[in-house]
Design a protein around this ligand. Structure first.
Ligand code: COA
Length: 262
């Protein structure tokens, strides 16, 4: 598949993938074709055994993603809107289900579907210029790509409801205070900060990173006792890997570990 609306690139000998939504004329708004391309690219990353981390960002310096494409949505019937929401939801779920950490680098507007795309990532680094919001009620619709669910789970019910029902957009510093983003950096340092974090992840035991993500993500849907059972099982599983032997041996031999994901 040749991409028209996104770019999938690789850095650090293929260990870091970078996915860029690339429709700057429409402020990177998500139409069906862009969602299809994202689904395709995410499946490629999922199958890439050498991938250690994924960075997701938007082209240009104005927008991460300014939302679902309003001109594409305006003529939609109920059934078409349902299919469009399902398509977007599948993309967000595919990002969430990736076995490697996914970091959103929010370089500008992250509104509606853009905020939802960032929320589907594991954490967000924002540029000082970033603006977050779920302004769908301005258009007479609710969020449709998981915003009502993921925003409430990340920042809490009351804060999410305030932002969604008032359509108030928030700047990066407020997003940081609310726990929506992990870090705020000057715009020109955003990609470097993302790469720096991805390099840290890439240097760790890849199996350990994957099962850690799985334990946190799946565990949040469980009660604490069952979450701890899941953790214990994954902890024991890791002891069967060569990476575990290498990590502990390297520590005791006072040398850096060399993990090969086995
Ligand atoms: N869908 C489709 N097109 C969009 C879009 C979206 N979500 N967001 C921006 N665009 C388009 C604009 O229509 C405009 O196209 P044009 O040049 O052909 O007229 C272009 O991108 C630039 O946007 P513009 O509004 O001129 O830029 P701005 O700097 O004045 O405002 C925003 C930026 C983000 C505040 C404004 O574009 C906006 O409010 N967008 C919609 C946000 C939204 O409601 N998102 C949720 C959708 S569910």
């Amino acid at each position: 598949m040749t991409y028209q609306n996104i770019i999938l690139e690789h850095a650090e000998a293929g260990q870091i993938s970078v996915l860029t939504v690339n429709r700057p004329k429409a402020l990177n708004a998500l139409n069906a074709a862009t969602l299809d391309e994202l689904a395709h690219a995410i499946a490629r990353v999922a199958e890439d055994a050498g991938a250690r981390a994924l960075l997701v960002t938007g082209a240009g310096d104005k927008a991460f993603v300014a939302g679902a494409d309003i001109s594409a949505m305006r003529p939609m019937s109920t059934l078409e809107a349902h299919a469009f929401s399902e398509k977007g939801t599948r993309v967000m779920q595919a990002i969430e289900a990736l076995p490697i950490p996914v970091i959103a680098l929010v370089n500008g507007y992250a509104l509606g579907g853009g905020c939802e795309l960032a929320l589907a990532c594991d954490w967000i680094i924002a540029s000082e210029r970033a603006l977050f919001g779920q302004p769908e009620v301005n258009l007479g619709i609710p969020p449709g790509f998981g915003g009502t669910q993921r925003l409430a789970r990340l920042i809490g019910r009351a804060r999410a409801l305030e932002l969604i029902t008032t359509a108030r957009s928030i700047k990066a510093d407020e997003a940081l205070r609310l726990g929506l983003v992990n870090h705020v950096v000057p715009g020109e340092q955003l990609m470097e900060k993302g790469l720096e974090m991805a390099r840290l992840i890439a240097a760790k035991g890849p199996i350990a990173v994957r099962v850690s993500k799985q334990a946190v993500q799946r565990g949040l849907d469980l009660d604490l006792a069952n979450g701890c059972v899941l953790e214990t099982t994954l902890f024991a599983f890791a002891f069967g890997t060569a990476d575990c032997k290498e990590g502990m041996t390297a520590f005791l031999e006072k040398r850096p570990a060399k993990f090969d994901g086995k």
